[in-house]
Design a protein around this ligand. Structure first.
Ligand code: MN
Length: 284
């Protein structure tokens, strides 16, 4: 299933996307309201009811797609997880890591799949994009073995791990540089795990103003999704709705010293998961 959040007539609802249409699924679990996190907590019990909903359908083009999850408890991201990106970073003087490198994006950065992204007014002049596949956790879990990791995944989505490079490198942690409001566009919906034969065989591309800047397959990850879940869950409980951004390949703006300007449009697409497209605008 493709699970979405959408707004129409000023009201936000949970929905199911089929082709170029969407249907309201709130009747399957009214208590969830418009919270995808709450729906995911009970998805096993609601799945049959959601599958049975067959109208009234709305054209996707007539609604506004919102971030599929607006209220995750965590948004974690791994750094330097594609060799091509490690190589371009090494050329810029960044040392290759010897282990998984994790940081937070504060959840207030989450933004819609087609919403505008700020070029912040406080001075970042090095705002950058990073195309990434996102994993959405579906089961509360701890100490997950690599072989069991897939069973805790609800689904996948497209992420742009927008980064203010000047803030990122100003301190030992990436927290501020990764967490500006609007710098977490995600979507366009969650494609549930059962629809994806192999999450490590998906082509991912990023276009800046229609020109391709990043291209990779998710199979190029150094630490794959299952390694990531095993590693993280040694430390912390993962919960339904938690977001994990799984790393970006070569081609980010900093490698070519080309950063985001007012009016730039960035499109990230992943095979089977759809695409998100965001315009960068100077913060009002
Ligand atoms: Mn990233």
């Amino acid at each position: 299933m493709k699970l979405a959040r959408f707004s129409v007539d000023g009201q936000t609802r949970l929905g199911k996307v089929v082709g170029d249409q969407i249907v309201d699924i709130s009747s399957a679990m009214p208590a969830a309201g418009d919270s995808m996190r709450l729906l995911l907590e009970h998805l096993d019990g609601a799945r049959a009811a959601i599958a049975a909903i067959d109208g009234p359908w709305l054209p996707l083009a007539s609604v506004t797609l919102e971030a599929p999850i607006a209220d995750p408890r965590k948004y974690l991201a791994i750094g330097m997880n594609y060799q091509s990106h490690v190589d371009e970073a090494a050329a810029a003087g960044v040392t290759a890591p010897q282990t998984q490198i994790w940081f937070n994006k504060q959840v207030t950065c989450i933004n819609g799949p087609f919403a505008d992204v700020d070029v912040p007014k406080v001075g970042p002049d090095k705002v950058d994009y990073e195309a990434e596949m996102g994993v959405v956790i579906g089961k509360r879990c701890r100490h997950v073995a690599r072989d069991d990791a897939r069973s805790v995944i609800a689904g996948y989505l497209v992420c742009n791990d927008v980064t203010a490079r000047d803030w990122q490198f100003r301190s030992p942690t990436f927290t501020l540089g990764k967490s500006f409001d609007t710098h977490g566009p995600i979507g366009p919906w969650i494609t549930t795990d059962d629809e994806i034969a192999d999450p490590h065989a998906l082509t991912m591309t990023l276009e800046l103003n229609g020109e391709e800047r990043q291209r990779a397959t998710t199979g190029d990850m150094i630490y794959d999704i299952y390694d990531q879940i095993a590693y993280l869950s040694q430390v912390m409980t993962l919960e339904p709705g938690d977001l994990i951004a799984t790393g970006t390949p070569a081609g980010v703006g900093i490698a070519g010293n080309r950063f985001m300007k007012h009016g730039d449009v960035v499109r990230v697409a992943i095979e089977g998961l759809g695409a998100i497209e965001n315009r960068f605008v100077n913060e009002a």
